[in-house]
Design a protein. Structure first.
Length: 419
């Protein structure tokens, strides 16, 4: 096999590909065009590069699509809803993309999903955690609120949502204790993450599980002194933290103020860029992830990490791994559909399972909600010379990941819907 490279179209609007050629050109299909919205700027800019790099490597590893080299058309969404919607419409109407790939942040991706539905364009959401975007069709309650119906038939969602991470919190309680303090960003995802974790812990442990306090930060907040002071006073076993894009600020302040000496800190999910940026303050933190760089039971995890490092000069973690695996499944569905027609691609996704995911098995997409199921690992950030400065070490694997989702009877049943 040989490699080919296409250059950058401009400094602002990139269309790079470096793809493995594996099939003869086909005249029957147009050149696949994939529109990408990602946070090059804004509050999630620190996560943007790994999000984009994971996507690029998935396309490169897949090779030609329907006998042709796919084209990536990339836009910075600025971590802003209005800019994301404008970008999505421009990609569809002007760039004539066949597929859309979203970014990070629930409000942004919910707005982009509505655009995808309007134009009937398949939309991959690989890097966020809200249950609100997982095909809810019946209003569903949880301790911090209610998830309202929000079907998006042209979107599929391939990372851990708040329900999955809520179930995984059971393993954290077994390891670290049952008195918990919660620190979260005050928006949909934050409320869901706290609520579903509390729901799972209460159902499992009853009165033995104690909520000893909560603190809610504004989106974009950088000063967590009040939350940390209150957490220290509450004397919890575990401080559950879900402040997307702000884990570095929280963790460095937690160490400086002494919280790390009196309680265990668990991040709702593990951002490798944040763990690295937090330096020594991050070592010992646990998180819930679906991918680790070195999984002793799954060699494909390490081979992906090595390829990614060779290609980009950094080790992968979320969101590189989630975007890679979601994009991999997206491309598999297009191949299965033997077409770029939206309805055929969506049908091909429903019930699709990857036999060789980078995460370990199982990894697939349910037909009823177009939401992925995947392994759930409770991990600890430890020092590592091989994956310097550190890596996520598996402490425990959740036993039943296929059932760590809301039941299909509250979902939209996309597999029964006419496209």
């Amino acid at each position: 096999m040989t490699k080919t490279r296409r250059g950058l179209s401009s400094a602002l609007f990139l269309s790079p590909t470096l793809l493995l050629l594996s099939a003869a050109p086909s005249l029957a299909q147009p050149t696949p065009r994939i529109g990408v919205l990602y946070p090059h700027t804004g509050i999630y800019a620190s996560l943007g590069p790994s999000h984009l790099n994971g996507l690029k490597l998935a396309v490169e590893d897949h090779g030609m699509l329907h006998g042709k080299v796919p084209e990536l058309v990339i836009r910075d969404n600025g971590t802003q809803v209005e800019k994301s919607v404008t970008g999505a419409r421009e990609l569809i109407l002007n760039e004539k993309v066949h597929l859309l790939v979203g970014a990070i942040h629930t409000p942004i991706n919910n707005a982009v999903a509505a655009v995808a539905d309007e134009f009937r364009i398949p939309f991959l959401y690989p890097s966020g955690g809200s249950v609100f975007l997982s095909g809810i069709a019946k209003e569903t309650s949880y301790p911090k609120g209610r998830v309202k119906p929000n079907p998006h038939p042209y979107m599929f969602y391939t990372w851990l949502n708040s329900v999955q991470r809520g179930y995984a919190a059971l393993d954290v309680a077994e390891l670290k204790g049952k008195r918990w303090y919660f620190v979260a960003t005050d928006y949909e995802h934050g409320h869901e993450a706290v609520g579903f974790a509390q729901k799972a812990l209460t159902e499992k442990y009853g009165a033995a599980f104690k909520v000893v306090g909560e603190s809610w930060a504004k989106p974009g907040e950088v000063n967590y002194a009040s939350a940390i002071t209150n957490a220290i006073a509450a004397k919890p076993d575990v401080v559950f933290v879900v402040v997307p894009g702000r884990f570095v600020q929280f963790q460095t302040q937690a160490e400086a103020m002494g919280l790390t000496k009196v309680a265990h800190i668990h991040w709702s999910y593990g951002e490798r860029p944040s763990a690295q940026a937090a330096g020594n303050a991050a070592f010992g933190v646990t998180a819930t992830v679906d991918y680790v760089e070195d999984n002793p039971d799954w060699p494909l995890s390490k081979s992906f990490a090595q390829r990614y490092h060779k290609r980009f000069g950094e080790w992968p973690g979320w969101p590189a791994s989630s975007t890679y695996q979601g994009m991999r499944l997206f491309l598999m569905a297009v191949e299965k559909a033997k077409s770029l027609e939206s309805a055929k691609v969506m049908r091909a996704l429903q019930g699709l399972e990857d036999p060789d995911p980078i995460t370990g098995r199982p990894y697939g997409v349910r037909g009823c909600d177009q939401k992925s199921y995947q392994p759930l690992y409770t991990v600890e950030w430890v020092k590592s010379e091989e994956f310097a400065p550190g890596r996520w070490k598996i402490l425990k694997t959740y036993a039943d990941p296929k059932n760590a989702l809301l039941p299909c009877d509250v979902k939209a049943n996309y597999d029964k819907m006419k496209y």
